[in-house]
Design a protein around this ligand. Structure first.
Ligand SMILES: [Zn+2]
Length: 364
């Protein structure tokens, strides 16, 4: 691939590339306008592209940009799948639904979180129930707020006293008490969560069988796209997923005290995958996550924390701010051509296998 072909991390460019490909392939596009704008005043949308019948009973769902800045990888994966897709080969009763950039504010502002500092993969909880309380986070919150030099000293002392794995386990579990903290899950449904609910009602509630992919980057080994099922407990479609993907699929169970060697937080609450399972109890749904590894976890934490600080206290438009943004984009969408080629290949394989299985799925 020529360097010139590598798209820049620019929301409007990325959106046009997706829309133009979706239109070329005959997709029906429905756009959800976001109330805020991008850093250059750009209009922001989550776009939904439907290929096939709105009432299809079998559906493949692909979601990009749950974590805004990771949406460049996600969008490219969606575009690549569409590039080889032919609408006239679409069987009756089967559809593709692509949700493009669920957190468009984060994609445009080059942030993992949304406009309210919410990590959407902590924010998909039922806010009418008791909100989880991460008591351990209270001890660490100073690392992410207040005066920077003090916070840096707190971090250094926490790392030397308890070590990185302990800090990671607690902080990445998410928290709902500190809106200015890291891995904040919110205290009410975010715009993206409400949009997701609207999309479920409009597009997904009639399907009987759904295989879905939520596309992420930033955890795991460099250039290795892990395929995960993330849920609080076993669910009916697990067996189908294991038959389909065999050793490629890792089942990750979340909850207090749980651990995982995948690099993805097992202690966390509020994952989109679990939300899909809860929202569609009568559907045979297999919610999968593709998580492409980039830099080591402690380095990711350093870059995320700098970006957190920048938006809390600094100015992204300054030279220092721009450097932090460049570091963050590189952390979630590495420029290395081999990285991009590898994750692209594996992601398309995951889609292809899921798609073939969906086509062969017979009703029980
Ligand atoms: Zn992510």
């Amino acid at each position: 691939m020529m360097t010139a072909d590598i798209p820049l991390a620019d929301y409007t460019t990325q959106r046009s590339r997706f829309i133009s490909m979706a239109e070329t392939k005959g997709g029906l596009i429905h756009s959800y306008p976001h109330p805020l704008s991008g850093p250059k005043g750009e209009l922001l949308y989550t776009d939904v592209a439907l290929f096939g019948s709105e009432t299809a009973s079998r559906m493949m769902l692909v979601i990009s940009g749950t974590h805004g800045v990771e949406g460049y990888y996600g969008s490219e994966s969606q575009i690549a799948w569409l590039a080889q897709f032919e609408m006239n080969q679409l069987p009756a009763d089967t559809a593709l639904l692509f949700i493009h950039l669920l957190n468009p504010w984060g994609t445009a502002h080059l942030r993992r979180v949304n406009e309210d500092n919410i990590d959407l993969n902590r924010g998909f909880i039922d806010f009418s129930q008791t909100i989880p309380s991460n008591q351990d986070y209270l001890r660490w919150h100073d690392i992410y707020s207040g005066e920077r030099e003090f916070a840096d000293r707190q971090l250094a002392s926490a790392l030397s006293r308890e070590g990185w794995p302990a800090l990671k386990r607690v902080v990445e579990a998410g928290q709902y008490q500190y809106p200015t903290g890291l891995f904040y899950g919110g205290n009410q449904p975010s715009w993206s969560m409400q949009t997701m609910q609207a999309i479920i009602e409009r597009h997904l509630s009639r399907a009987r069988t759904i295989i879905s992919f939520d596309l992420h980057t930033g955890a795991g080994a460099w250039a290795h796209p892990m395929l995960l099922s993330i849920a609080e407990q076993p669910f009916p479609a697990h067996a189908w997923g294991k038959r389909l993907y065999k050793e490629s699929l890792t089942l990750l169970f979340t909850g207090a005290g749980r651990d995982s060697d995948t690099g993805v937080a097992a202690t966390a609450t509020g994952y989109l995958s679990q939300f899909l399972l809860n929202a569609l109890p009568d559907t045979q749904i297999l919610p999968l996550v593709v998580e492409c590894g980039t830099y080591p976890a402690e380095e990711m934490h350093r870059r995320l924390r700098n970006d957190h600080w920048l938006h809390l206290k600094g100015n992204p438009a300054t030279a220092e701010g721009q450097e932090i943004k460049r570091d963050l984009v590189e952390a979630f969408w590495p420029a290395d051509e081999d990285w991009r080629a590898l994750v692209a290949l594996r992601t398309q394989q995951y889609f292809a296998r899921g798609w073939r299985a969906l086509l062969n799925e017979t009703e029980d």
